[in-house]
Design a protein around this ligand. Structure first.
Ligand SMILES: [Zn+2]
Ligand SMILES: [Zn+2]
Length: 366
């Protein structure tokens, strides 16, 4: 079928709106008509990574929401007409998937960050008949339609506002899951959240849901700290890494119980660790371009913990509907972080996001 998609042909070039040919879904795939699609930092990594790593023309997008139009013969958990949120892909059979769930998949990187199906084929061809990368995070949803891996599709109650649910598939579930799944923030606990973009603000909202007693938000931008305060941060901190360290330790009376770093800046990640109390636990997402994280050897002569997180360590089939329900109940207003666009305006959306004017762009489709 003919679809419209935002194609990236050069790593630092603009997105181009093109008509592409989309294959029918295979046995383990689902065809989804997109209703909303978020833009996430990971869709823009081609801008930062060495040009030789660019995979060639590709459709990015990994935070889709839409309606199932057809399903492959082996798909049983969704059917035509179902509302779905699309999230990351996983194999479902490896030891990692078995031990902790889809976020533990040993094939997470090839299934999600590489274009195309595991067998190397693409579901998309351009007007000249040449392949265009598909299945980014099992989906490639910066398009009117997508053929997705069935394991990416999470069924959602049709009473929810589908067009705004796409960000639950990646950025929002990462921030919220770091707090609710990875750290398991407990009622009354203190938590510091470093970075107040879409991940950090989702984490602030989730800390409120968890009943944290103190939520310290850290960011360079006053406007984002104001938002953090609106969504439940009890304290706001800005400054140099040294100033932040001192302030968080002072505000928390000796260090926080939990911390979550979403900045991807190693100097700030170090603060997130060193501003824990003696038994505190840190988690981090949004790893940036720094290759190494350095901290004082002696700071681990304590029972402190560092926990990795990917996609909020989320069991998507349960966690995404839970977040959607919390949102519908008014307890998790992540949708207020959204600015909507048409897909044709994707380059404007990227610019506004980069400049910090917009926290979470979401493209709406007719
Ligand atoms: Zn797996
Ligand atoms: Zn993402």
């Amino acid at each position: 079928m003919k679809i419209t998609a935002a194609v990236l042909r050069e790593p630092t070039g603009p997105f181009l709106l093109e008509e592409l040919e989309l294959e029918e879904p295979r046995d383990n795939e689902v065809l989804v008509r997109m209703v909303g699609a978020g833009l996430c930092h990971t869709d823009l990594l081609s801008r930062e990574w060495p040009p030789e790593t660019f995979p060639g023309p590709i459709v990015y997008g990994h935070e889709g929401s839409g309606i199932v139009e057809s399903v492959g013969s082996s798909v049983t958990h969704v059917s035509v007409g179902d509302h779905v949120v699309l999230s990351f892909d996983s194999c479902g059979v490896c030891a990692g998937c078995g031990a902790v769930g889809p976020h533990g998949c040993y094939d997470f990187l090839p299934l999600n960050l590489m274009p195309n199906r595991p067998d190397g084929t693409s579901a998309l061809t351009d007007a000249d008949g040449r392949p265009v990368g598909s299945h980014f995070f099992g989906q490639s949803t910066l398009a009117s339609h997508a053929v997705v891996s069935a394991r990416s599709a999470v069924k959602i109650d049709s009473s929810f506002a589908l067009e705004r649910l796409g960000p639950l598939g990646c950025g929002v579930q990462t921030g919220a899951g770091a707090i609710l799944n990875t750290l398991g923030v407990t009622p009354g606990a203190s938590v510091a959240i470093y970075g107040a973009g879409s991940l950090g603000l989702s984490a602030v909202m989730a800390a409120k849901v968890a009943g944290a007693g103190q939520v310290i938000a850290v960011d360079r931008h006053r406007s984002r700290l104001d938002l953090a305060a609106k969504y439940g941060a009890t304290d706001q901190v800005s400054g140099t890494p040294e100033e932040i360290l001192e302030a968080v330790i002072e505000l928390s009376g000796g260090g926080t119980d939990f911390s979550f770093d979403s900045t991807g800046v190693a100097a700030i990640t170090r603060v997130a660790f060193e501003a824990l109390n003696n038994t505190g636990t840190m988690s981090m997402a949004g790893v940036g371009s720094d290759d190494e994280l350095v901290f004082d050897y002696r700071s681990l002569i304590t029972p402190r913990t560092i926990k990795g997180v990917v996609e909020g360590n989320s069991n998507t089939a349960e966690f995404i509907p839970r977040l959607a329900q919390l949102n519908a109940d008014g307890q998790f207003p992540f949708d207020e972080l959204i600015t909507t666009y048409r897909l044709a305006d994707i380059n404007d959306a990227e610019r506004a996001s980069h400049d910090g004017d917009v926290i979470k762009p979401v493209f709406l489709f007719d």
